[in-house]
Design a protein around this ligand. Sequence first.
Ligand SMILES: Nc1nc2c(ncn2[C@@H]2O[C@H](COP(=O)(O)OP(=O)(O)OP(=O)(O)O)[C@@H](O)[C@H]2O)c(=O)[nH]1
Ligand SMILES: [Mg+2]
Length: 371
Amino acid sequence: MRIKSYFAATVEDAVAQARQELGAEAMLVSTSRAPAEARHLGDYEVVFASIAPPPEEHQQEAVQDRLAAQVAELKRELEGMRRALTHSVFAPSSWPGAPPASADAYAQLAAAEVTPDLAREIVRGAESRAASAALEPAAFRGALVEELQSRIAAEPVLGRSRGDTRSAAPHVTALVGPPGAGKTTTLVKLAANYGIACRRPVVLLSADTYRVAAAEQLRHFAAILGVGLQVVDTVAALAQALEECRGKDLVLIDTPGFAGSDMDHAAELARFFSHRSDVDTQLVLPASMKPPDLTRMIDAFAIFHPQRLLFTRLDETCSCGPILNESVRIGKPLSFFANGQRIPEDIETASAARLVELLLAGGGREARSAA
Ligand SMILES: Nc1nc2c(ncn2[C@@H]2O[C@H](COP(=O)(O)OP(=O)(O)OP(=O)(O)O)[C@@H](O)[C@H]2O)c(=O)[nH]1
Ligand SMILES: [Mg+2]
């Protein structure tokens, strides 16, 4: 089902627009005065639901999907070539003198961009586990998987853990991260999969008033999902909005993207989240980011004291090692993996087993097909 809002000076005009685009079969869901921030689009908002997209649009969408898939595939291939070249020229992808099973495991982890030190530690750990099996390949593989899993912490949850399970306070999660990391898209995926699909009352808060289009983007999704959205432009307003969400079960907060080099603008929001023991702050990061940039970005966002790391764009990378490197380095668990642009499908819960699978299978290229 497809749900879409139309804005016009009169309800009749908005309905006419909707009928023209969606056809006579579309159902009118609601009619209201347009909210203040969307008033420039028209005084009235009508929301329509349609079962099938109109044929022309359907074809256009199919062409766009195909093009997007081809571009994504090209990107992955280029990325794979870049990494292969880098490794062959610079990285010690072998471990001279090591038993063949260890050397293979090391090469595999190095190809996934696990840092050399961590890769060595992991292989040594696997060797100790497999000692009794005399490094027989199948046993060694099992030991490697166990060793990797023991180093990965996953907490695929929303909200802070609460001692008192009878507490009526909502689970509150804020997504923070660099511009374009996928915060808003992921927030909508989470609202759909872990809110609406579980029949939990959800509300979205947007603290992103930096970009004019930001609230508009989220309003559009909120209309589609049929959930409430409140846009706040100060931390005081955010605190007040949280106070008003007491009756909800899940509150998801979208924030503006802050560039790692300019965190001054983030300071006030970071202070606010750091002092709220009821807010679970998750740092959203593209898995496809270059490892040194990823490290710098995570360090810049330390001012938010995030509880968990949420990686996006697993579909765009061949090497998931940096996910492991960073989670181990800062000692924070992984929450969710986003692996594409489709809403709400392209998200999965993070788990040690899944990350190991990605690391040993050669990266996130399989992320979507396995999701
Ligand atoms: N390939 C891919 N694209 C994604 C993924 N997640 C989000 N995107 C795309 O990345 C772009 C930016 O996503 P947004 O959700 O707007 O990112 P944001 O972090 O909210 O961006 P700002 O609000 O500008 O900071 C959109 O085109 C998304 O469709 C993902 O997992 N894989
Ligand atoms: Mg956004």
